[in-house]
Design a protein around this ligand. Structure first.
Ligand SMILES: Cc1cc2nc3c(=O)[nH]c(=O)nc-3n(C[C@H](O)[C@H](O)[C@H](O)COP(=O)(O)OP(=O)(O)OC[C@H]3O[C@@H](n4cnc5c(N)ncnc54)[C@H](O)[C@@H]3O)c2cc1C
Length: 323
């Protein structure tokens, strides 16, 4: 089977402009020998053509329809799938932005093609592509092999691409005006959570595990977190026990935090937990078991009952500071 061209999927929204350029540069760097085509979805054909018509693509397709809006993700995905069905392609590449990824996943399902997300690099090894994927919040690498003649959707992590000045090279441009699109799927929603994830960005995280023994144990930790202007975290065991909300879970299947201070209270230090916190600057562990794995990571280890230690800490923190 001959190798088909790579297709980039671009969105004409102004806020996607830089990501689009990064995706183009990423693909030109990673798939050097390839024909690289792109399709841009837009409501304004001329604008899109002038933005991407001279960036060195093998060919540019401009897909225009009056109702275009990227946030109608089902409608946008169906438009892309319909287009790609008629275009021989090897990889179809998207950027890794959250909204784009939601679209890419739907396109993969509609085309029945595999999807590989969060890709940092693509190299060719023998007769395969080797895609480097960061997993566990960037803590580990996984390599995925795809035969050179294969088809797959790939979302690329282009955040670290440094845009460089390139000579302008004009591409052949095909204009497509779409008259019938899938019904809009725009929904209204209400924000029920804070927009900023305060746990992920916290400077101090006070985290509890099974050793906290109950929701009351976590109330004590919340008090400590408040005193330290920090946020509360937890292990999966504590979440599964129903002591805290799932969005507090730190680790492999939870959040990755990198605070200045991480207090691990009643936490054993299982790898699935520590991948989410081992880049904290200063780790304090409190555990009754002197052999607990968490002590190997800790800068300061306190062997003792967590309730007694936290109460003591709180009483010290609440003492008035003498001048
Ligand atoms: C696929 C998979 C994904 C997973 N993902 C995650 C994840 O994202 N995050 C996560 O956290 N886990 C995850 N886990 C679970 C993980 O393997 C561990 O089971 C979990 O992290 C252990 O939680 P823990 O430390 O609270 O409990 P335990 O391992 O049971 O440890 C409790 C600790 O508390 C100490 N202790 C008990 N009483 C006291 C006391 N009174 N005072 C002080 N110390 C006390 C004990 O000595 C012990 O060290 C995952 C597991 C799998 C299989």
């Amino acid at each position: 089977m001959p190798k088909e061209p790579a297709y980039l999927i671009l969105f004409a929204d102004k806020r996607d402009y830089e990501n689009n350029l990064k995706l183009i540069q990423f693909t030109q760097t990673n798939l050097k020998e390839e024909a690289i085509k792109a399709v841009v979805l837009t409501g304004d054909a001329q604008e899109a053509a002038s933005m991407y018509g001279d960036v060195g693509l093998s060919e540019l397709d401009v897909l225009t329809y009056a109702q275009y809006s990227k946030i109608n993700i089902n409608q946008t995905a169906t438009t892309i799938s319909t287009f790609l069905r008629g275009q021989p392609h090897g990889f179809a590449l998207f950027d890794n932005e959250l909204g784009t990824k939601s679209i890419a996943k739907r396109v993969a399902a509609q085309l029945n093609e595999p999807i590989i997300t969060n890709i940092k690099t693509i190299t060719t090894v023998d007769h395969d592509y080797r895609l480097e994927k960061r997993v566990y919040g960037g803590e580990m690498l996984r390599y995925v092999k795809v035969p050179v003649e294969g088809q797959a959707l790939v979302t690329c992590d282009v955040a670290s691409v440094q845009l460089s000045d390139k000579d302008k090279v004009a591409s052949p441009i095909n204009m497509h005006k779409i008259t019938t699109v899938a019904p809009s799927d725009q929904v209204t929603y209400e924000v029920v959570k804070q927009a900023v994830d305060t746990l992920t960005n916290a400077k101090v995280v006070v985290s509890g595990g099974k050793g906290m023994q109950s929701p009351a144990g976590f109330q004590l930790l919340q008090e400590l977190a408040n005193q330290l202007h920090g946020r509360l975290g937890a292990t999966r065991v504590a979440v599964e026990a129903g002591w805290v909300d799932a969005d507090m879970m730190i680790g492999q299947t939870g959040k990755v935090v990198k605070p200045d201070v991480y207090i691990a209270a009643g936490i054993s230090g299982a790898l699935q937990h520590t991948v989410g916190m081992d880049q904290s600057k200063y780790i304090i562990a409190i555990n009754t078991d002197p052999d607990a794995a968490i002590f190997k990571l800790a800068d300061l280890g306190i062997v003792g009952d967590v309730e007694a230690v936290v109460k003591q800490l709180l009483s010290v923190l609440k003492e008035p500071v003498s001048s």
